[in-house]
Design a binder for this molecule. Structure first.
Ligand code: ATP
Ligand code: MG
Length: 238
């Protein structure tokens, strides 16, 4: 285990919605340049954890730390400015803006040696270059997902969070997305990835956190999860 300060630390978060508590001491760490997979059955609290990190949902206890500093309770725009990018569940691109406009709408130049630009996003996803003038609502599901990832990259985050980025896509498009995430990781960006496709997630992730009823039930490396064949059956099967 690394002794270095994690980039993101979620510590003992409690959170929920009006009528029900969902997170009970949820915790996880993401190190600089590290890819962490967040797994768990439906409704266990993965998206809720992400909402708390992004300042979209208030927590009732615990802390979110960025480079050691408590950032719990910051509004979403301030969290984004720290250097955390989100590819939300359901993509949520702007339907009435063109692909190009979607990419520049929330772009931010952070001091990076090689910032993400429209050209770099087009090289990552050539389909977006071909569709540059199309409106968001004229894109296929896969193209929308590529656009959602490209848009988040254009904010030049240090950590990119993806919530079910391959859901509902064809196997070929999914492969493109996993390949793009591998490329993004190889350039040193930290990733927190929620996805139900265990095989590709294990190949991409360095570490995994399995959430059960709003609590981290298992954490370990991809290697450990591969060796312990009982883990998927115990925590992930329907
Ligand atoms: N806006 C909301 N209001 C009330 N309850 C909610 C709301 N959003 C989620 N919940 C409930 O909170 C619990 C956790 O939901 P969450 O979306 O965090 O799960 P998840 O792990 O992301 O699941 P999935 O794999 O289906 O995306 C579920 O019981 C869900 O029904
Ligand atoms: Mg979810």
């Amino acid at each position: 285990m690394s002794l270095a300060l994690p980039l993101l630390a979620v510590e003992q978060l409690d959170a929920g919605y009006a009528s029900s508590q969902v997170l009970f001491g949820m915790s996880l760490n993401v190190g600089a340049g590290e890819c962490v997979g967040l797994l768990g059955r439906n409704g266990m609290g993965k998206t809720t954890t992400i909402k708390c990190i992004m300042g979209l949902l208030a927590s009732g206890g615990g802390q979110v730390r960025w480079k050691g500093k408590a950032v719990t309770g910051l509004p979403p725009h301030a969290v984004a400015r720290l250097g955390i990018g989100l590819v939300p569940e359901g993509r949520q691109i702007f339907p009435n803006l063109s692909v190009r406009e979607n990419l520049v709408a929330t772009a931010a130049s952070r001091s990076r040696s090689s910032p993400w630009t429209i050209d770099r996003v087009h090289r990552l996803f050539p389909r977006l270059a071909e569709r540059s003038r199309n409106l968001g609502n004229q894109l296929s599901g896969g193209e929308q997902q590529m656009l959602a990832i490209g848009r988040a990259l254009m904010t030049n985050p240090e950590l990119l969070i993806l919530d079910e980025a391959t859901e509902g896509l064809s196997p070929l498009v999914r492969q493109d997305i996993w390949a793009a995430l591998g490329h993004i990781k190889s350039e040193g960006m930290a990733l927190l990835v929620v996805d139900k496709n265990l095989g590709p997630l294990l190949r991409l992730a360095d570490a995994l956190c399995i959430v059960e009823k709003g609590t981290p039930a298992w954490t370990g490396s991809s290697e450990q999860l591969r060796r312990d064949g009982e883990v998927p059956a115990r925590y992930l099967s329907a």
